[in-house]
Design a protein around this ligand. Structure first.
Ligand code: AMP
Ligand code: MG
Length: 339
């Protein structure tokens, strides 16, 4: 009997020390994709080739589905057919547009997936990379003309079972720049679930996914940038495994003219960069694409309406206002620690 207990004890100890299971190794890589910095840290008992797979996943999503600048991507083809024929979409692209249209409706147009013409007119992304002295601001007439073709109601999506068909009316152009980075996180999560990765943190521009556990079991932490001094942090979020954090801020991409900042988040009710009194918005929720869409939408809506929209999607939100004040949903207070 004594022998039996000793054997049982040895077995329990063996289980507790995890003897027989190799410790995960940490691998890291930083690269660019989707026009932004992509950084990944994974803990895995498999090989570091998983990093190639993950990066390929992001690049494929950009090339095959999302990019407006690649004529052969689904969005590229849809935009080229605007005002002409209906096109068939992949399930991923169809579902993405379906969710975007729902969020556009719930955000009363503050999130506007049909904003391609206005975004092209402002051309903030490219101008922000050039010399600031050369920045060109569109005229009011040009903005009014572009706005005539920027309504998400002109995106017609039909679904029969799992087959999606899309047609664009009134010459609208789709731009999914506000959800692409978050959607990449959802694609990466699926790849991670099929791998030997036990824990990972991946960031695609301003969107971060924390996945599984770290070997030291210390919770994942994500820093919150101070939008009034982007080199500094305001504090950290302790993020539960499996959650996504997306931030939209006016410091990310902008041009300056006549002493005024024109940033990359546009308000389709005015045609100009949104002026809602906030400098950045951070969303925490389970779905990457929704976190990204909501960060953009809440930036345009401002604190009062933004809090309501985030609550509708069970998402937590943190705003930093023009005066540097932080406004948070009640749930967010439990995750945030000030610096
Ligand atoms: P984010 O950094 O996630 O807030 O996304 C900003 C990007 O989304 C911009 O660079 C545009 O491509 C696009 N965008 C700008 N304003 C809007 C808007 N009101 N609704 C949807 N997309 C937008
Ligand atoms: Mg966004």
């Amino acid at each position: 009997m004594k022998k039996f207990f000793a054997l049982c004890l040895a077995f329990v100890l063996l289980l507790q020390t995890g003897c027989g299971t190799p410790n995960p190794t940490k691998y890291q890589r930083v690269d660019t994709a989707m026009g932004t910095v992509v950084s990944m840290t994974v803990y895995t008992t498999g090989s570091q080739e998983i990093l190639d797979e993950l990066f390929d996943g992001v690049k494929e999503l950009e090339q095959d589905t999302l990019s407006r600048r690649i004529p052969t991507s689904e969005i590229g083809r849809a935009n080229a057919m605007s005002g002409q024929e209906e096109i068939a979409l992949s399930e991923l692209c169809g579902k993405t547009i379906e969710t975007c249209l729902q969020i556009a409706e719930d955000a009363d147009g503050a999130f506007q997936p049909a904003l391609g013409n206005l975004i092209t007119l402002w051309n903030i992304d490219e101008q922000a990379q050039g010399p600031s002295s050369a920045a060109v601001i569109p005229t009011e007439a040009e903005i009014a003309e572009a706005l005539e073709h920027c309504d998400y109601h002109d995106i017609k999506l039909n679904r029969e079972q799992d087959i999606y068909r899309l047609s664009l009316e009134n010459d609208v152009q789709i731009d999914l720049g506000a959800v692409g980075k978050g959607l990449a996180l959802d694609v990466l999560r699926e790849l991670l679930e099929k791998s030997k990765v036990s824990g990972a943190t991946v960031s695609v521009g301003g969107s971060v996914l924390v996945y599984g556990e770290k070997p030291d079991e210390i919770p994942w932490k994500v820093g919150i940038v101070n939008p009034l001094a982007p080199g500094e942090s305001l504090g950290i979020l302790t993020v539960p495994a499996g959650q996504c954090v997306s931030t939209s801020g006016d410091y990310e991409r902008y041009i300056e003219a006549d002493g005024k900042r024109y940033h990359h988040i546009l308000d389709s009710s005015t045609g100009y960069p949104a002026e809602s009194g906030v400098r950045s918005v951070t969303i925490l929720c389970e779905n990457g694409m929704i976190s990204d869409a909501l960060s953009t939408a809440c930036f345009v809506l401002g604190t009062e309406e933004g809090l309501k929209l985030a609550a509708k999607y069970n998402a937590e939100v943190l705003f930093v206002t023009e005066s540097g004040e932080m406004v948070m949903s009640d749930g967010m207070k439990g995750y945030f620690t000030a610096k």
